[in-house]
Write a protein that binds this ligand. Structure first.
Ligand SMILES: NC(=O)c1ccc[n+]([C@@H]2O[C@H](COP(=O)([O-])OP(=O)(O)OC[C@H]3O[C@@H](n4cnc5c(N)ncnc54)[C@H](OP(=O)(O)O)[C@@H]3O)[C@@H](O)[C@H]2O)c1
Length: 330
C-alpha cells in the first residue's frame, strides 16, 4: 500500500515522498482497519514536516493529524463500528492508504456525509467550538474578536459564534475577503493594521470585548490584545508567522488582560469518551445539514503529495488542500 513518509525534517515538499509499504494486516480483537478516503493538509502537518511541531518522532515518519476512512474489518470485540462505516481517527499518521487503530480511536460518522467535509471534522470544528465555550462565559450579544478569520477555524468561529448569539470582529490580511466573510455571518470584518484597536473601538461602539482568539503570533497577537476589554482573555492557538507572541506590557499591568493558549488534545482530555463522541455527533449533524463547512481549494491523489504540500504552503488559497489516497472524491 502507499504511504507518505518523511526521511528527514525540512521543507515539506522536499522531505515528503509517496512510498510503497507493507499492508497493515488484519485487526486484533480490539482493533479497526479502515481505508483512508481523504485527508487535509493542515498548518500543523506542515510544521510536523519541518520538525517544528511539538511531536517530533524518529524517522522515517508519517504525518497526518486527521482523515476520514471507510472501515474494512473490525476485531471480535469492536461493537460501535462495522465494515462499510465511515470513521474519523483520533490518532495520527493518517497520510496513508490504510490504517489499523484501537476501536476507541475510530469515531463513527453518519453514512452519506460529504467526504471532503468529513475529512476535516476531527480538528478544526471542535477547536472553534471549545475556544468559544471553555475560556469565557459569554452572553448572547457579546463580541468575540479573532484574527486569521479566513482560515478554516476562523470561518467555523464565525458560524458557531452566531449560533450562540455572539457577534464577531474578524481580522484578515486581505481586503478582498471582507464581503465573503460578512456573507458568512461575520458582523465586522477588518483588515489588520497598526490602528486596529481604534478602528475596532469605533466600529463596535467601544464594546467590552472579553474574548480574543489569535493564531499568528508576533505583533499581530499584541494588536488583538489591544482590542480587548480590561480583564479580557486572549487565546493564542496557532503560529502562522512562527514568531512568539509580542504583547505590550500595559495590557497586563494596567488592564489585567490574560494571555493563555489552546491545544485541542488538552481540552478534549478534560472530557469523557462519551462527551467526545457527543461533540463529534453534533458536529457531524451540522456538517450533514450544511451549516458547518470549510472551503476546499484542490484535491490531489496521494502520488502527488509533493505538489499538494507546495500548494498548501501558498497564501491566498480558496480553501484547504485535500488528498485522496484511494481514488475516492474523483
Ligand atoms: N491549537 C490547536 O489545537 C489548533 C487546532 C486547529 C488549528 N490550529 C491552528 O489554527 C490556525 C488555523 O488553522 P486552519 O487549519 O484553520 O488554517 P487554514 O485554513 O490553512 O488557513 C490558514 C490561515 O492563516 C492565514 N495566514 C497564513 N500565514 C499568515 C501570516 N503570516 N500572517 C497572517 N495570516 C496568515 C491565511 O490567510 P489568507 O486566507 O489570507 O491566506 C489563512 O487564513 C493554524 O495556526 C493552526 O495551527 C490550532
Amino acid at each position: 500500500m502507499k504511504q507518505v513518509l518523511i526521511d528527514r525534517y525540512g521543507t515539506p515538499w522536499e522531505v515528503a515522498r509517496c512510498a510503497e509499504v507493507p499492508d497493515v494486516g488484519p485487526p486484533a480483537a480490539d482493533e479497526v482497519v479502515f481505508d483512508v478516503l481523504a485527508f487535509p493538509i493542515n498548518p500543523a502537518d506542515m510544521s510536523f514536516c519541518r520538525g517544528g511541531y511539538r511531536l517530533k518522532p524518529p524517522l522515517p515518519a508519517t504525518p497526518g493529524a486527521e482523515c476520514v476512512g471507510r472501515v474494512t474489518a473490525v476485531g471480535a470485540d469492536v461493537r460501535h463500528v462495522g465494515p462499510g462505516d465511515l470513521v474519523i481517527n483520533l490518532q495520527r499518521e493518517n497520510w496513508t492508504q490504510r490504517r489499523k487503530v484501537k476501536g476507541d480511536d475510530a469515531i463513527p460518522l453518519p453514512a452519506g456525509i460529504d467526504l471532503r467535509q468529513a475529512a476535516m471534522v476531527r480538528i478544526n470544528p471542535p477547536t472553534a467550538l471549545l475556544m468559544l465555550t471553555d475560556f469565557v462565559d459569554l452572553a448572547a450579544g457579546e463580541w468575540v474578536i479573532q484574527n486569521v478569520a479566513n482560515s478554516a477555524v476562523g470561518r467555523l468561529v464565525v458560524v458557531l459564534a452566531r449560533q450562540r448569539g455572539l457577534r464577531t470582529v474578524n481580522v484578515v490580511r486581505r481586503p478582498q475577503l471582507v464581503e465573503e466573510l460578512e456573507a458568512l455571518g461575520g458582523d465586522l470584518v477588518l483588515v489588520d493594521g497598526e490602528d486596529l484597536a481604534q478602528r475596532v473601538a469605533k466600529a463596535t461602539g467601544e464594546a467590552r470585548i472579553r474574548l480574543g482568539l489569535e493564531a499568528i503570533g508576533g505583533a499581530e497577537t499584541g494588536r488583538i490584545a489591544d482590542c480587548l476589554a480590561t480583564d479580557g482573555t486572549l487565546v493564542h492557538y496557532g503560529s502562522m508567522s512562527g514568531i512568539d507572541p509580542q504583547v505590550g506590557r500595559s495590557n497586563f499591568v494596567y488592564r489585567g488582560v490574560k494571555l493563555t493558549g489552546f491545544m485541542l488534545g488538552r481540552f478534549m482530555a478534560r472530557r469523557t469518551p462519551q462527551e467526545i463522541r457527543a461533540i463529534y455527533a453534533d458536529i457531524a449533524k451540522q456538517v450533514m445539514a450544511g451549516t458547518l463547512s470549510a472551503p476546499v481549494d484542490t484535491v490531489y491523489p496521494i502520488e502527488r503529495i509533493k505538489e499538494a504540500l507546495a500548494h498548501a504552503d501558498k497564501g491566498g488559497r480558496n480553501g484547504k488542500i485535500l488528498v485522496r489516497p484511494n481514488g475516492a472524491l474523483q
